[in-house]
Design a protein around this ligand. Sequence first.
Ligand code: ADE
Length: 226
Amino acid sequence: MRIDIITLLPKLLDGALSESIIKRAQNKGLVEIHIHNLRDYCEDKHRTADDYPFGGEAGMVMKVEPIYKIITRLKSEREYDEVIYTSPDGVTYNQQEANRLSTLENLIILCGHYKGVDYRVREHLITREISIGDYVLTGGELAAAIIADSVVRILPGAIGDECSALTDSFQDNLLAPPVYTRPAEFNGWRVPDVLLSGNFAEISKWQEDQAYERTRRLRPDLLEIK
Ligand code: ADE
């Protein structure tokens, strides 16, 4: 898989995507992540990426030309399955969407800024608009990092224990059951006896019951999703 991220703040993404599982996935050749500085595609001497909105409201708008230039250049080199734009008014991101994106070959993620991009970018170049939640960030970089992280970690081979990604919260629309490690007792706080029993059928039943109980209590909305 290949992910191209277009941003005004490349340093913010460099750090977020060069650690731990994401770094290992890149080193193993499972994914290539390319970060492009949008300013390199701005032609004027101040490398201006934004301008005042027509209509006169407050705030700045990201210009169409540099974005067109980089997306067209990338598309001339390979086919892209999705051109994603990160924005608080996109569709809300979830695990199903991460799973879907992880099956694709080539993705572009354009990070929004200021009041957003010139709407012509969204009309003509973007295929998917994604919000990571109902709140507003200073820019789309953290959203892009979240999307890339959640997609890359489920690529086959990215996580050492292949089963582990499948037991994550949300994979079955269920929250994950509690986990514990040694010592079995600390400060008078005991790990549930069943987990120490060695009876795998009982352990598995306990984990399932816990997953349902936690989901019913904390996220009942997930149980309504078909
Ligand atoms: N940019 C600013 N806020 C955002 C959000 N909630 N999701 C995605 N991109 C954003």
